[in-house]
Design a protein around this ligand. Sequence first.
Ligand SMILES: O=C(CO)[C@H](O)[C@H](O)COP(=O)(O)O
Length: 238
Amino acid sequence: MDAREMKIKAATAALEHVEDGMRLGIGTGSTAEEFVRLLAEKVAGGLKVQGVPTSERTARRCVELGVPLKSLDELPELDLTIDGADEVDGNLALIKGGGGALLREKIVAGASTRMIVIADESKVVETLGAFALPIEINPFGSVATRIAIEKLASRLGLTGELKLRRAGEEVFTTDGGHHIFDASFGRIPDAEALAGALNSIPGVVEHGLFIHMASLAIIAGPAGARTLKANNTGANLS
Ligand SMILES: O=C(CO)[C@H](O)[C@H](O)COP(=O)(O)O
């Protein structure tokens, strides 16, 4: 099974959690896009859902494929969000934001009763941090914000490069008009402490640590899909 087939496998399994009439948060990224494609087929077949997209990119894809959308202001309480991740650990703590949509992803997931993560085996780690942590910042005072992050990380025993994300020649700008530092801290032994500390820096808009947000991960590998629940419990799906 190649990488795309694994994404499709995870997205297909996630679709089984979608019920008629649901208010759905719809994630961002290549795995989430497979989910959107499959969801659109179900919608064409009569399934009634209302989706809230986590990015302009996902919104465009949903419109192209005919998935009905609402804004989060129109639909502020959601039943389920389905989204990808850059890393997943055994307690379902996540690193997200590789696609630059972490702020809206976190707001939408936070407005949802449940969040299901869809990913392939390569995203499962024992300790978060091999993937550089996206930190969304306000462009105003970004040098001061960088220094504050570095000082704070060092107090937590973390060091590493903070790379300002670029899109070709330009600085990458999020849907909310912010910039992103990708922080290569390496292994993050206490993600909860780092998350809380980053939230205390005024120039930090949001960070890609999603802790206690996902209730289930559907992980696809060459042999099929399995579920992962907090504390390493789960089951093989096929
Ligand atoms: O957090 C995200 C976007 O901000 C994505 O969910 C994450 O980057 C995974 O993407 P992909 O499914 O393409 O590997």
